[in-house]
Design a protein around this ligand. Sequence first.
Ligand code: FES
Ligand code: MG
Length: 581
Amino acid sequence: MNDKTRRLRSERWFASDDIRGFAHRQRMQQQGLAREEFMGRPVIGILNTWSDLSPCHAHLRDRAQAVKRGVLQAGGYPLELPAMSLGEVMVKPTTMLYRNFLAMEAEELIRSLPLDGVVLMGGCDKTTPGLVMGATSMDVPALFCPAGPMLNDRYKGQAAGAGTHTKKYWEQYTVGAIGQAEWISLEARMTRSPGTCNTMGTASTMTSLVEAMGLALPGSSSIPAVDSGHTRMAWACGQRIVEMVREDLRVSRILTRDAFLNGVATWMALGGSTNAAVHLPAMAVRAGIALGLDDFDAMARRVPVIANLLPSGKYLMEDFYYAGGLPALLQEIRPHLKLDALTCTGASLGANLEGHECTDGDVIRPLGKPVVSAPADCAEAAMALAVLRGNLCPDGAVIKPSAASPRLLRHTGPALVFDSNVEMLAAVNDPDLDVDENTVLVLRNGGPVGGPGMPEWGNLPIPKKLLKQGVRDMLRLSDARMSGTHYGTCVLHISPESAVGGPLALVRTGDLIRLDIAARSLDLLVPEQELEERRKHWSPPESPYQRGYVRIYQREVTQAHEGCDFVTLTGPDSTPEPPIF
Ligand code: FES
Ligand code: MG
């Protein structure tokens, strides 16, 4: 079928011979358009998350022009629609609080306007899942146009990556290893151009996963943001989405369980961000696909980390691009992929990979030569993810062993508990803090309801007095998340969270906590009877948010292992198309 024979969704607005149709056509012509420019053509919405406070998306305003060119040349009509921007670093308290807001906005923009297909322009962490979740619920033809990573930086002869090295230099500054002048001069480093973080943080994890799942053009997620190839890719998105509308290639035909499993395999091979453990279930629920923590753990055991990228490895995204980018990595993990999965090109994933190969075997390793080699007694140390369960996390928790310290992967130590991030920050540098390298730092009230929005507090800072002794890692636990650019032995996403009465709420300073990654267990070594007693005296923390969006968020949000979507937004059931009158 093509747009000549199949009725386009936009024709509900533009084709009717009545007063409404007249008004819709009239208002388009008010902008100087002729009827022929938009009538009977695929109308493409370009959902653009550009803003002046989203440095990672600074180039997307220009890039939308290339998408428009592609749409026009393919016979469609493009319309650019601004959508909530969610620049990761600037948005407080955390962009995660607004991922569902963006997902709702994307869904409702598509529903309420005369659009036949959409190009989703995003990349900074939460924008990718947010846009995809919205388009999935609307189930129109949709193509993701990734913002692309920023350029590499080097400092004193070494690769310097956004996020990862900020953290490293901060620790050095804290202990006086670098002075204030150098610290200030570093502000202009590591972020050399527009584009998303150049480490394998959440941004590149999610854009790569979306490409592997078939919703972005082959190779598109690896192209540096300011490369001229990025502009050509944006143009190609414009061309392709028009064809996708003609082919009626909707999200539901692409986002199958096989597609999600391809995303999971890719995540593990990339050593990608733990944040994917929240976003993938959220995206899957929208698509009506069963996918959960156990799928992730199973895949992590099979697929080793082969992308030698910070924070698990040593290179940056520009190197990854030169080595062949994501298609080259997917070639290496072919045995773990569902190659028949349909993609946005109209061809299968396997067909898309033909002709792509790795050109640098140190950046993208062969399967037999993973980036992280595990000690003989702990195969888990090399894995991108482990899912834990136990009396502290009955619904699960995650850790990224490949970014952790092998010595801590089996560890028992006394808890030092903080009830809030503010309390932790006020105490952590106190020289009298009762802490040593075996202490387990515990932060609660950092979950979806408690944070609220599950902020990236899970990488608790090492107490200054221990940093001075040379300690660089400790076991840390929380119901919060961690930036994908960070590293350390951090157990995250403890579910259920403390603010809704999860067992984390019952931990007291001095209690022994035992982590055993090989057994996938995390336990509080306190007798059940004692925990019951403590539970009787527990009451939920009072929320200061009694109105507004945050109140809605706290009422609606699901737990981490379920994806933190809103209850009302989950499920594949469709909302009716709006009446035109
Ligand atoms: Fe935007 Fe890292 S801050 S991708
Ligand atoms: Mg991040």
